[in-house]
Design a protein around this ligand. Sequence first.
Ligand code: PMP
Length: 400
Amino acid sequence: MTHGFDLNDRLEQREAQNLRRHLEVAESVSARTRFADDPKGEPPEFGDEAAVFASNNYLGLADDSRVQRAAELGARTVGTGAGASRLVTGDTRVHRRLERDLAASKRTERALVFSSGYAANIGTIDALAPDVVFSDELNHASIIDGCRVGASETVVYNHCDPDDLRAKLDTRAADVDGDEQWLVVTDSVFSMDGDIAPLSAICDAADEYGAWVMVDEAHATGLFSDSGGGVVQREGLSDRVDVQLGTLSKALASQGGYIAGDEVLIEYLLNAARSFVFSTGLSPPNAAAAQEALRIARETDRTTALWDTVATLRDGLETMGYEVLGETHILPVVVGDRSDALELADRLRDHGIVAPAIRPPTVPEGTARIRVAPMATHTDDDIARCLDAFRTAGKAVDVL
Ligand code: PMP
């Protein structure tokens, strides 16, 4: 008899279901970089340079010298690690400065940073402990896991469908006696479809029932409004969204997550969110880097460069005959069949373009796609190479 784990067997099962993933070493996080196939080689043997259309470093700030200098300064003046939970001795001036700037960009009273966006979602939903979470069917895994950890009852509504949300709120209201606390939660930008939640209509529906609204701005933070405040800010909904969440790890080129909202929300979370209370504070270099990236996002035309690149690519791909979903800086190029998508991604790679195939079960059957994520630092040459690769590879795979 054995009570151990047969992990080889589990990995083989994943392999058989096409769900086994492999790591690949990148030389840097730049818009152009080299990759090594064998992650065990030391030093790694990097292949030819490729243009990366697969990163969430949307503004290309993760290797920007100003952000790098800010991280260095944070490390030198405060330290490389916070050393303790924020509630013990890990609360430093770099955390406070970042939180002040995040709150200003989100137009909220206060903000609180966590060690990741994932930790922020889990800790916040768990701490709020809603009786019911009404959740968009395409919400991010960290929201879904937050509902699991918080053991809330979850009611899933149709993607970006405020009418379905309202119907589900209504059904629950008819079924329940007495007071319940309800949280409506949605991503603002959905990363696999590149679309935007109808936030105003969602707030209207939630308001009718007095439910709270929480919006995950992971893919929108640093973008969409002059203040870098995401879609909530662009739509003027700061006063109607009770809980704004985001990450520092995408456009803000760092690591960590945040919640922005009223003073009382933040004061409650720093007492009750277990992923905040029982986890070491965000590292000072990460906090300092995110603060500088937010400043650059707000004060320079980096975002304009990104939107220009997005427009050129969308236009080029659609003119070629591809269907490109969404309305944001994320361009999901629909291929349909999952093996065609895989083959197209492989051929793009042969042409020096890195853009992943997204297949079922991540997206519905028959809608396999290539997720193209442009960066503000892509050059005209990168964009031309990307479009050429899609043309040649698309014809070879027979999806054009
Ligand atoms: N929410 C959304 C919508 C995300 O896409 C992600 C990251 N992919 C997260 C939360 C988690 O953020 P982090 O990477 O900072 O843990």
